[in-house]
Design a protein around this ligand. Structure first.
Ligand SMILES: *[C@@H]1O[C@H](CO)[C@@H](O)[C@H](O)[C@H]1NC(C)=O
Length: 163
C-alpha cells in the first residue's frame, strides 16, 4: 500500500458512486456467463487498479520485531505498522480482500512502542459485487453492487480524549 494507492482508492470510489448505469441494472438476474463477464470487467476496471486484492500476505511479525527494522513496504515503515489478513467470501467479487490489521497498540517512536500514542485503522468504503441465486430462476444469479468498509492501512494518533 502506497500513498498513490490510497489516492487511487479515493478517486475510484468517487467515480463508482456516481455511475448511474451501475445503479439502473442492479436488480436484474443474469446468466452464469453474464455474471462472469461482469465480474471480470469489475475486477479489471476497479479492483486491479486499487492494488488491494493481490497483496501477498507478509510473514507474521510482531510490533517489537517491526520496531527493530522499519524497512521495506510502507506498512513496515509506518510509525503505526500494519499487516494484512485475507478475508474470503465465495459469493463476493473479489473473492479475496486483504484487510489491514494494526501490529501495535501504541506507535513506534525511537525504535520502541510508545503507548502515549495509538495505532488506529483507516477504513475505505469500497465497492464489491455480491451474487445470490435468482429467486425466480435457479439457473441465474442476482448480482448487486454494494459498499464494503475495508481497513486499508493504519495511522498513528494521539489518544481520543473526547467521550
Ligand atoms: C512516549 O512519548 C511521550 C510523548 O512524546 C514521551 O514523553 C515519553 O517519554 C515516551 N515514552 C517512551 C517510553 O519513550
Amino acid at each position: 500500500m502506497t500513498w498513490a494507492n490510497l489516492q487511487m482508492i479515493y478517486l475510484l470510489s468517487l467515480l463508482l458512486l456516481r455511475d448511474p448505469a451501475a445503479a439502473a441494472n442492479a436488480h436484474r438476474c443474469v446468466s452464469v456467463d453474464e455474471l462472469n463477464s461482469r465480474a471480470s470487467r469489475f475486477q479489471r476496471n476497479y479492483w486491479d487498479r486499487l492494488g488491494l486484492s493481490g497483496n501477498p500476505l507478509p510473514a507474521s511479525r510482531t510490533c517489537a520485531q517491526t520496531a527493530e527494522t522499519m524497512l521495506g513496504d510502507l506498512s513496515e515503515r509506518a510509525l503505526s505498522p500494519w499487516t494484512y489478513r485475507l478475508d474470503q467470501d465465495d459469493n463476493r467479487f473479489p473473492r479475496e480482500i486483504s484487510f489491514a490489521k494494526c501490529l501495535c497498540q501504541g506507535c513506534i517512536i525511537n525504535q520502541r512502542e510508545n503507548l502515549s500514542y495509538n495505532s488506529v485503522p483507516i477504513f475505505a468504503h469500497l465497492m464489491i459485487l455480491t451474487k445470490t441465486l435468482c429467486p425466480d430462476d435457479p439457473n441465474k444469479y442476482l448480482v448487486k453492487k454494494e459498499k464494503k468498509i475495508v481497513p486499508v492501512a493504519c495511522t498513528c494518533a494521539v489518544p481520543n480524549m473526547t467521550k
